[in-house]
Design a binder for this molecule. Structure first.
Ligand code: SF4
Length: 407
């Protein structure tokens, strides 16, 4: 199986529901805390999506009040904060005043450093030039746009609410509002997709010289309308071989155009424009998740909030934190997490750090697995790091699973 945005979410759930040592850039990102805010509202559910969101938009104002209260309730000892990520759902359904209020509350509650990366996810069809200007004034300095495709036919299949023209307008409006750090999300592996049609999406995206691109493979999540249609044979999924070829093509094509893959699904125009926030998820760095279904990770303790807006608001109104469950990761779980998440990243696993942290000899534990995948050219050892080659990236989860068998 190829890694996708869904696979990352899988880890949020499996390690218990979207950092590992030695991220080479911005050393402080290894220590500072990241804050994720989940805005669980969408105009309409997309057929492929299993993220938690609802379509009752009337409760947004009271929900924002609950979120503000949750920020104030956080009692964990937290290091300086240097990333805030407002994701969803569709955060751009909130007006700039709401976003400003949330950012201000976070800045009052935590020590947020001045150069923090403050990202907001935006969906075409839900945002105007005035809203972009307001978000910027509120403190947002990085915009991630859920374009998904520049083909109306593909957008229709994905049941997105927007057209390709809406996506183009959205990107242009964001630039005109002064956002210099823009990321675009795209989805590939749609039925009958060819290298030519996927190339059209990539080329269309590159015309706007985005700083960041996330290319997610379409996955069929249980119980989504799209998966039901697939089961009832209303369409045929693209074969694994063809999807894999598109995966390889993506990395090659983007590299030729100046974007470097730094994680299985993520590409940046430079080291500086990598997503600092998302890198925390792939390292051993604390992050706090606020809002329904959001996950937190602090000192090997993972917790997650209730996955219901109503229950979430009821808990907050009763003065209780909306945490559904908490789990302390044991050593084996920590090792699994390091292997799975670090192998997703181009830097790979720093073997010395691994040995120090877990008091094991990396070679003794995993030497023959490394040999096996080195012989297939899926793994290479570089500067004391065990990392996947570009061909290995395609199989990162199954390779990681083989490592984990040895723990
Ligand atoms: S807009 Fe995003 S979060 Fe909302 S339903 Fe569609 S894919 Fe899911």
């Amino acid at each position: 199986m190829i890694w996708s945005r869904r696979s990352l979410v899988f880890w949020y759930y499996v390690i218990n529901e979207r950092n590992l040592t030695n991220i080479l850039v911005n050393a402080n990102h290894e220590k500072n805390t990241g804050i994720y805010i989940h805005i669980p509202f969408c105009v309409k559910k997309c057929a492929y999506c299993d993220f938690y969101s609802i379509t009752d938009l009337e409760i947004i104002p009271s929900f924002v009040q609950s979120l503000v209260r949750e920020v104030k309730m956080v009692d964990a000892p937290v290091s300086d904060v240097d990333t805030i990520y407002i994701g969803g759902g569709t955060p751009s359904l909130l007006n700039p005043e709401n976003i400003g209020c949330l950012i201000d509350t976070i800045c009052n509650r935590f020590c947020v450093i001045s150069a923090s990366e403050i990202t907001m996810e935006v969906n075409p069809g839900t945002v105007t030039p005035e809203k972009f200007a307001g978000y910027r004034k509120a403190g947002v300095n990085r915009i991630n746009i859920g374009v998904q495709s520049f083909s109306d036919q593909s957008l229709d299949f994905l049941s997105r609410i927007h057209t390709a023209d809406d996506a183009v307008c959205c990107i242009k409006d964001a630039r005109r509002a002064g956002f210099e750090n823009i990321g675009l999300d795209l989805i590939y592996g749609l039925p009958e997709q060819t290298e030519k049609t996927w190339r059209f999406d990539l080329e269309s995206a590159l015309k706007f010289t985005p700083q960041h691109l996330s290319c997610y493979m379409l996955t069929y999540e249980p119980d989504t309308p799209m998966t039901m249609d697939l089961m009832y044979k209303r369409f045929k999924a693209l074969s694994e071989g063809k999807t894999g070829a598109l995966f390889d093509f993506t990395a090659r094509f983007l590299e030729e155009n100046g974007y470097l893959q730094y994680e299985v699904s993520n590409f940046a125009s430079s080291i500086k424009t990598r997503s600092s926030h998302n890198q925390k998820y792939w390292s051993n760095v604390p992050y706090i998740g606020l809002g329904p279904s959001a996950h937190s990770f602090i000192d090997n303790c993972r917790s997650w909030n209730v996955r219901s807006v109503n229950k979430y608001m009821q808990r907050i109104q009763a003065g209780q934190r909306p945490v559904a469950e908490t789990e302390i990761l044991d050593t084996k779980q920590q090792m699994m997490e390091v292997i799975y998440l670090r192998l997703r990243c181009v830097e790979g696993i720093c073997m010395a750090d691994f040995e120090t942290r877990f008091n094991v000899c990396f070679n003794q534990s995993f030497g023959h697995v490394v040999d096996l995948f080195e012989s297939k050219r899926f793994i290479k050892i570089v500067d004391g790091h065990c990392r996947l080659t570009s061909s290995g990236m395609r199989f990162s989860d199954s390779i990681a699973a083989r490592f984990i068998e040895e723990i």
